[in-house]
Design a protein around this ligand. Structure first.
Ligand code: AMP
Ligand code: ZN
Length: 113
């Protein structure tokens, strides 16, 4: 499958990995939008949030727990951070393998653009 994040998971494309377990990897976004910008990506390929099944509930929960853990490790948990998943092109999704953006280290604005 021609998927950028599957290739990163398999080690075929380099990335600055900061975390890996049996379910997810996390690495630096190549085009950071904040001083801290990490991507939390499930090992399982799922195109978009629309393709999520009930049996993926534990996986999604684990992705959020990973975001929480990384935010604490980065020491941005108290000042604040943002976790975002874009679904489809209209929301800005460009890589069609679901992922959480973890953004922090600056003041966030609302609503996002
Ligand atoms: P999205 O637009 O929500 O699909 O997010 C995709 C993210 O992947 C963007 O923030 C990109 O900067 C990031 N990205 C694209 N290619 C790479 C790469 N090779 N390594 C790390 N991050 C990447
Ligand atoms: Zn993939």
């Amino acid at each position: 499958m021609d998927c950028l994040f599957c290739k990163i998971i398999k080690g075929e494309i380099p990335a600055k990995l900061i975390y890996r377990d049996d379910y997810v990897v996390a690495f630096d976004d190549i085009n950071p939008q904040a001083p801290h910008h990490k991507l939390i990506v499930p090992l399982k390929h799922i195109d978009t949030l629309n393709a999520l099944h009930i049996e993926d509930n534990e996986l999604i929960g684990h992705m959020m727990q990973t975001a929480k853990m990384l935010a604490k490790n980065l020491n941005i948990d108290e000042e604040g951070y943002r976790v975002v998943m874009n679904c489809n092109a209209g929301a800005g999704q460009t890589v069609f393998h679901i992922h959480l953006h973890l953004l922090g280290g600056r003041q966030m604005i609302w609503p996002p653009g």
